[in-house]
Structures are given as C-alpha cells and as structure tokens.
Write a protein that binds this ligand. Structure first.
Ligand SMILES: Cc1cc2nc3c(=O)[nH]c(=O)nc-3n(C[C@H](O)[C@H](O)[C@H](O)COP(=O)(O)O)c2cc1C
Length: 181
C-alpha cells in the first residue's frame, strides 16, 4: 500500500479533532514505511530560521523499550512496537539564536514536529500518546543523547486497542483575550 493510500481522506479539522491520546495498543507491528512517513511529517514542521533544531530516535529493541518504560514509570508504553523519541537540539539553535535558541526555539521546534507527527500517526490509522513525564537523565543515558540535546517527548506508536472518548475542552472564552489580556 502506498503511503498516499494509507492517509485517510479527512480534512485537517477532522484529523485535529478526532486525534486522541491512546494508551492501549494491539499486538501488531508498525511498518518502517509508516515510521518514515511520521518522521517526514516532523521534518516538515516549521522551525526557527529553518534550522530544524530537533532529532528523532527510533526505538524498536524490546529491551531498550523496557528501559524507557522504567524511565517513564508508565507501563502501557511497553505494548507499543515502536517508540520515537523526539529531542530538542539546543546546541544547533543556539549557534544562531543564542540563549533564546537554546532555551526556547529548540523546544518549540521539537514541539511543532511532535504535533505534526501525532496528527500523521492518526491519519495513518495508528495511535500514539505524547509522553512528557519521564526521568530525563535516565532517558539520555539509555539512548546516548549528547549534551546540548534534550529528549522532549516519547511517542509510543501502535495500532489502537481502544477508542477513548474525547476529554472535554474548556470554552474558548476562558483562554481567548480580545485586544488585551
Ligand atoms: C507536554 C505533554 C506531556 C504529556 N505527558 C503525558 C504523559 O507523560 N503520559 C500520558 O499518558 N499522557 C501525557 N500527555 C497526554 C495528555 O494527557 C493528553 O494530550 C490530554 O489529556 C488530552 O487528551 P487528548 O490528547 O486525547 O486530546 C501529555 C501531553 C502533553 C502535551
């Protein structure tokens, strides 16, 4: 099946609203082709100065996945056949943008990629969950992440075994300010 055929014919708003964080996966593999497509979606996210200050680590090794599960203390992750760890490359961004690149743009570059990736996972009929709660030092040690690079999120990717109800969103009035705060 071509990657084009795998993408659901949904409009962007349908994809955004129907994406869910899924925490239960079927015992079924995710193809390398799908993983490539998901990373391609990350690569095409905007980034400060187009420096693309983010890196991706694909983890399929079961023993390494178990170590990552331990670092996150979230056992459901172990059911995913693949985890993509998205990192902020602070060093790369700081070369052009100094402290702002180091502390802010690199995290934003990684986050923009993550959201593109989550939407693409969903469009491919797969599921994931943004995992942000983990012991960062442990994850960096497990994956050999160099200094100047920070793991921002783990994305366990699999075939969904549940269809979660959408968690409620607050009304827009709570967050939207007209003209001034
Ligand atoms: C920065 C960030 C960190 C998150 N960390 C975790 C996490 O460690 N574990 C988890 O199960 N979900 C995590 N989530 C997922 C949220 O719980 C989820 O997005 C939220 O409840 C809304 O549900 P939805 O994604 O289905 O719309 C995280 C989401 C974000 C954006």
């Amino acid at each position: 099946m071509s990657s084009k055929e795998m993408v659901k014919a949904l409009n962007i708003f349908d994809v955004i609203k129907s994406r869910r964080s899924v925490r239960k996966f079927k015992d079924k593999d995710v193809s390398d082709e799908a993983v490539d497509k998901i990373i391609e979606a990350g690569v095409w996210a905007p980034s400060a100065g187009n420096l693309q200050s983010r890196d991706y680590i694909i983890v399929r090794d079961k023993e390494v996945i178990d170590e990552l599960v331990d670092a996150a203390g979230q056992s459901f992750i172990s059911d995913a056949p693949v985890i993509i760890v998205v990192c902020a490359n602070m060093e790369r961004s700081s070369q052009k943008y100094g402290d702002r690149g180091y502390n802010l743009y690199s995290i934003q570059d990684a986050s923009a990629a993550i959201q593109n990736m989550l939407l693409t996972v969903h469009a491919l009929n797969l599921s994931s969950c943004w995992i942000g709660a983990f012991n960062e030092t442990q994850v960096s040690d497990i994956l050999g992440i160099p200094s100047g690079v920070r793991p921002v999120a783990m994305l366990p990717i699999g075939h969904p075994d549940v269809e979660p109800n959408p968690p409620k969103r607050d009304s827009m009035e709570k967050f939207v300010h007209s003209e001034k705060w």
